[in-house]
Design a protein around this ligand. Structure first.
Ligand code: SF4
Length: 316
């Protein structure tokens, strides 16, 4: 549903600009029931060439490794078997969303259904297709994680694949496209000034940074969601909802409530990547001591109470 809003054109037309034809999609295609199964049969039998298999949703392995918790209706066959049969026919295999990439929400808690991603189960390469799987192109599963992933991530990745412009160097260690995963969700957040001064929100409606109290993990979350906004504007943190690092394995099982920052001795457990803890603590103390009154006050309000000072710019 997220991907449908891709571009101004919508996903199907956006893909069409790159000559990509949607062979079948369970929600978008007219074919259903027997007609849909006939398409899948044709691919498995090699009568239809499959350039790209895109899978949404985790693949269930239970009960007892049979996959019978998740059958493809009308076929008597488990989804995990369908996915395996289709994947070996595909030039590329793309997992779309954190469920298909790493297991996602269904894999949370005790994971009673044996939910896992295509190539990964959480951080381990124990997914439904196995760690050694390579598609016809020689690439591993391409993981467009996110719950939901940004529509642009889907369209741009499929476009790059269709143009033959995608090699293994374009993937990070977890199979995510680096064009997306080399950024952090923190980059470009409208609350960055509050972050700099550690002027923190205490309620979701506050304008301050959500990291210290409200669980924001954007400094650890791969993705450019705050650099390219959703539907042309807005993001989770813009809307007052904390970043839950949904692009990373295991996000579904945080150490506490999503909107609370887990701390030890008053220091958040999840500190920014690439930053030693001692530096963070020292910098946070320094920043707080230097917080301008405007930033401190506005951090605890739902609208700007003190505007920036107005003074003429001095010229030398
Ligand atoms: S709210 Fe989150 S994304 Fe925004 S500045 Fe704070 S830590 Fe970064």
């Amino acid at each position: 549903m997220s991907a449908l809003a891709a571009d101004d054109l919508g996903m199907v037309k956006a893909l069409g600009r790159f000559g990509i034809r949607l062979l079948w999609h369970p929600s978008l295609s007219e074919e259903s029931g027997r007609e849909a199964i006939a398409i899948l049969d044709d691919v498995v039998a090699g009568r239809i060439a499959l350039d790209c298999l895109c899978v949404e949703g985790s693949v269930l392995d239970g009960p007892d490794g049979t996959g019978r918790f998740q059958m493809l209706s009308g076929t008597g066959r488990a989804m995990k078997d369908w996915v395996a049969a289709l994947a070996v026919k595909a030039r590329h295999v793309v997992a779309i969303g954190s469920c298909a990439t790493f297991g996602g929400l269904p894999a949370g808690g005790g994971n009673p259904t044996g939910a896992r991603g295509l190539q990964y189960a959480g951080w381990d390469m124990g997914g439904a297709l196995g760690k050694d799987f390579r598609s016809g192109s020689g690439l591993p599963v391409i993981n467009i994680s996110g719950c939901a992933p940004h529509p642009g991530w889907v369209v741009e990745t499929l476009a790059a694949l269709s143009l033959g412009d995608f090699g293994p160097e374009r993937l990070d260690a977890l199979g995510r496209p680096r064009a997306i995963a080399d950024h952090l969700a923190h980059h470009g957040c409208s609350r960055n000034e509050f972050y700099e001064f550690k002027a923190s929100a205490v309620r979701p409606s506050d304008r301050g940074c959500l990291m210290e109290n409200l669980g924001c993990r954007a400094t650890q979350a791969p993705g450019d969601c705050n650099m390219r906004r959703w539907n042309g504007f807005g993001s989770c943190t813009d809307a007052g909802y904390t970043c839950i690092n949904c692009t990373s394995p295991g996000f579904e099982s945080p150490p506490g409530p999503f909107q609370e920052t887990a701390k030890v001795a008053g220091i958040p457990i999840g500190l920014p990547l690439d930053m030693p803890k001692a530096w963070f603590v020292a910098l946070a103390a320094l920043s707080k001591s230097a917080t301008p009154q405007r930033v401190r006050t506005n951090a605890h309000a739902d609208h700007v109470l003190i505007p920036p000072a107005r003074r003429p710019t001095k010229t030398p």
